[in-house]
Design a binder for this molecule. Structure first.
Ligand SMILES: NC(=O)c1ccc[n+]([C@@H]2O[C@H](COP(=O)([O-])OP(=O)(O)OC[C@H]3O[C@@H](n4cnc5c(N)ncnc54)[C@H](O)[C@@H]3O)[C@@H](O)[C@H]2O)c1
Length: 285
């Protein structure tokens, strides 16, 4: 079985960052998770503990939860990242200014050999990397939700990402037991571009009264063997998150990504999907 013996850093211990920390720690890595403040750091630890408990219940851990958790250290400042970290993955909210701030702070804390990665779903790797002293060491490592169960990591290469950095990232993806797709830095990469387009068209079909939400989802689940229909999938991602990505793709790729009226209305009403109990479907607590 693969083990990862290198120190790893994660910035932002939310839904994605906690999952990323969990999978690296479960493979043997010492993981430092940096959060915004002490309360958020404590919440991140509990998120990671919860994820490890679920993995243990499913028989996916080779060690007791406490042993894995003992390899996870929480901090509140990128300066606390270990200088010898092999990789730092940034998973703070999808705002370029925030991502640039934590990535440049991380770059100052670590050695020149450390690979820096962002988990962004849509932002330009070139633009984020331009703020770094060494953009050659930077790439997108786009994990999927929930991280432990998802098989895919989309590796997004900026124009200046070095080949050895791509190869090291590929090594970590495979050591985690996941599969990579390698894509060029372009708006929405491969996954968000296709996934968002399908979701937006499904919302337009709902607006036009082509069918109800369950029927649209069932059409793709049974007809095209998608594991989840486009509206259910939008509910899981979060309607606000989808809207933000659609607005960005609309600006960069054009009219076909124009957010439908119904999506804006639902976001305004606070119907954000599973996290609020209602989106295109209703969700139990
Ligand atoms: N949720 C998904 O389905 C999904 C999937 C793939 C990629 N992503 C991307 O992953 C990133 C994180 O998304 P998420 O869903 O985990 O968000 P989230 O809101 O659950 O987590 C973000 C975390 O960052 C922390 N944070 C905020 N400011 C910080 C700072 N200055 N320093 C350190 N930590 C800080 C927050 O406290 C929070 O815990 C985004 O770029 C998102 O686009 C999300």
């Amino acid at each position: 079985m693969n083990r990862i013996d290198e120190p790893i850093g994660v910035i932002g211990g939310g839904r994605m960052g906690a999952g990323i920390a969990q999978v690296f720690a479960a493979m043997g890595a010492e993981v430092t998770v940096v959060e915004g403040d002490a309360a958020a750091a404590e919440a991140a630890r509990e998120r990671i503990r919860g994820g490890l408990d679920r993995a243990a219940e499913r028989g996916k851990l080779t060690e007791p939860v406490a042993d894995v958790l003992a390899r996870v250290r929480l901090g509140t400042d990128p300066a606390e990242l270990p200088a010898g970290a092999a990789l730092v993955v940034e998973a703070v909210p999808e705002r370029a200014d925030l991502k640039v701030a934590v990535l440049t702070a991380a770059e100052r804390a670590v050695s020149p050999e450390t690979v820096l990665a962002t988990n962004t779903s849509s932002l330009s790797i070139g633009e984020l990397g331009a703020a770094l002293a060494s953009p050659r060491r930077f790439l997108g490592m786009h994990f999927f939700n929930p991280v432990p169960a998802s098989k895919l990591v989309e590796l997004v290469l900026g124009e200046r990402t070095a080949d050895d950095v791509r190869d090291r990232a590929l090594g970590w993806v495979r050591a985690l037991g996941k599969t990579e797709v390698v894509v060029r830095d372009s708006p929405g990469f491969a996954t968000s571009r296709l996934g968002v387009l399908l979701g937006l068209e499904a919302i337009r079909m709902l607006e036009e009264g082509v069918a109800d939400a369950t029927s649209i989802d069932t059409a793709m689940e049974l007809g095209y063997r998608h594991p989840m229909g486009p509206l259910r999938s939008t509910d899981l991602v979060g309607l606000d998150v989808r809207l933000a990505i659609a607005e960005y793709l609309h600006r960069t790729l054009g009219e076909r990504f124009a957010p439908p009226r119904l999506l804006r209305e639902k976001v305004e009403r606070g119907e954000l999907g599973r996290k609020t109990g209602r989106g295109f479907h209703t969700w139990p607590d």
